[in-house]
Design a binder for this molecule. Structure first.
Ligand code: ZN
Length: 218
């Protein structure tokens, strides 16, 4: 559980493996084994915390988190537009813009002129996607701004938890301080969305009822 522990490099075990001395038949078992070796570390990696070594590494994750969230909100806006749900589409666009501003802010703060490249083997989130990235299954074509903000609230809380966890795992005081700052920023986002929700009407209980449901046969 030590944060300083070397990350398992995806594929490293595979690459270092000496090629089998020319066996007669390249046994199919070898390629199967190789495939298996490739899969296992990746699966493990997906469930461990990202290996943060320094402040740059931490901020690269912070950037990726915001950028990924922004991209996803734009995709959600596209989905809502195809369903003619303009109001929620606009809200998702706004959320996308906000996340994008956060991402840009990180670039500025770090003096980066372009987005940080993902580490070798890709970003290592605890799940498949970043903690601030919403899931498509959260969408409903009749959803209301209130629902969209609930999704945003959930994401901001997850982002805050992500950095709080990194505070615990930080390999140095510098990284710990930066992770604390990021956690505090995410806590601010949580508060903003909570306030936004207070100004947003709660949906009626039958919000999902469509008097004129879409016909899929069209
Ligand atoms: Zn946030």
């Amino acid at each position: 559980m030590s944060p300083a522990r070397k990350p398992i490099r995806r594929g490293a075990a595979v690459a270092k493996k000496p090629a089998k001395k020319a066996g007669r038949k390249a046994p199919p078992a070898t390629s199967a084994r190789r495939a298996q070796l490739k899969v296992v570390p990746a699966a493990v990696a997906a469930h461990s915390a990202p290996p943060i070594k320094d402040v740059e590494g931490l901020m690269a994750y912070a950037y990726a988190l915001e950028a990924e969230a922004s991209e996803r909100y734009n995709e959600f806006a596209d989905v809502m537009e195809t369903h003619n749900n303009r109001e929620v589409a606009e809200l998702f666009r706004k959320l996308a813009r906000i996340e994008n501003i956060h991402a840009e802010h990180i670039l500025e703060e770090m003096g980066w002129t372009s987005p940080p490249p993902p580490p070798a083997g890709g970003w290592r989130w605890e799940s498949v996607e970043g903690p601030e990235t919403a899931d498509f299954t959260d969408l409903h074509y009749l959803m209301q701004p209130y629902h969209a903000l609930q999704i945003a609230l959930h994401n901001e809380k997850r982002a805050e938890a992500f950095f709080r966890d990194l505070v615990q795992r930080a390999p140095s005081g510098k990284v710990r301080t930066a992770a604390k700052e990021m956690a505090a920023e995410e806590a601010e986002h949580v508060q903003l969305v909570e306030e936004w929700l207070k100004r947003t009407p709660e949906p009626e209980s039958d919000w999902a009822h469509d008097p004129d449901p879409p016909r899929w046969s069209d």
